[in-house]
Ligand binder design. Structure first.
Ligand code: MN
Length: 287
């Protein structure tokens, strides 16, 4: 006779303030067969303070705000670890409908043919290599790609563009401070969204107040990309595909995941990406 497994979950109601419910409710509204799977790249973090690891522990970590941003938009976030074989990465991407490249440390300037300058921050070769591989595979598959901060820079470099390795020393005297020391929900500066850009349709406003945590940025723009927003000092703050209907690629230099509660212009970015992933999934099914 089969024994029934007892759980204490029956009839359990969400507690007030249980934030995870907000995300799963968004998924349920779409219906279970119909939520696009969005790969979210995770970071490799080294912690020397860890008690269990000696001398240092290495952890897979991603900011919960990325995961929530995707969930609240009706997507299913799939966190991609920073250590995978290329074959495993390919197999994993086959099951996804969109890719979100998250923020993180500096990218090895070798990817755009430069030697490191002294002001370059820490780079993690293993993570650079995997994210670049994932990005190239996603581009080959025509997957909708959303790049945040480092993610936007990677998108530009993968398509042939270049970066400033360090604004304060390379951009010129007029550059404002793009490295805020306050939380992500606080505004550092404003960006001007270009009138005829796709981004303008997403944000539905000509200027957006953003946070700012970057000392690097776009120098040479890749041919397939176009500027979508700039800061008053000239720094490129968003870019997008030249032909968004052909290939959905959007990158922002700020962290919209940390400003979701401040305005729809930030949430809409996640919504637009998840919608594009849904269209991509249905085209794939039809093909
Ligand atoms: Mn900025």
């Amino acid at each position: 006779m089969k024994r029934k497994i007892r759980t204490n979950l029956k009839g359990e109601r969400p507690r007030k303030g249980d934030e995870t419910m907000r995300s799963s409710e968004a998924l349920d509204r779409r219906g279970l067969d119909n939520f696009p799977r969005i790969g979210v790249t995770a970071a490799l973090r080294e912690e020397t303070e860890s008690i269990a690891q000696n001398p240092s522990g290495r952890f897979v970590r991603t900011d919960l705000d990325y995961v929530k941003g995707v969930s609240e938009a009706g997507g299913m976030p799939v966190v991609l670890p920073p250590s995978l074989s290329l074959r495993a990465a390919e197999a994993l991407l086959d099951g996804l409908d969109g890719l979100l490249l998250s923020g993180g440390p500096d990218l090895d300037p070798g990817y755009y043919g430069e030697e490191p300058v002294p002001e370059l921050g820490t780079t993690i070769p293993e993570w650079d290599a995997l994210e670049m591989a994932l990005l190239r595979l996603a581009l080959e598959r025509g997957m909708p790609i959303f790049g945040i901060c480092r993610g936007m820079q990677m998108l530009n470099v993968a398509l042939g563009g270049t970066l400033y390795q360090d604004f304060p020393s390379q951009f010129g005297a007029d550059v404002i401070n793009h490295w805020q020391t306050t939380p992500k929900c606080q505004v550092a500066h404003e960006v001007e969204v270009l009138d005829d850009s796709y981004l303008a349709k997403i944000t539905d406003r000509p200027t957006v107040e953003v946070n700012s945590y970057h000392h690097q940025g776009i120098k040479g723009l890749a041919e397939d990309l176009t500027v979508a927003a700039r800061c008053a000092d000239g720094v490129i703050e968003a870019l997008e595909s030249r032909d968004i209907s052909d290939r959905w690629m959007v990158g922002v230099q700020w962290h919209p995941e940390g400003m979701r509660d401040l305005g729809s212009e930030h949430r809409n970015l996640f919504d637009a990406h998840v919608c594009a992933a849904e269209r991509h999934a249905s085209r794939r099914t039809a093909a």
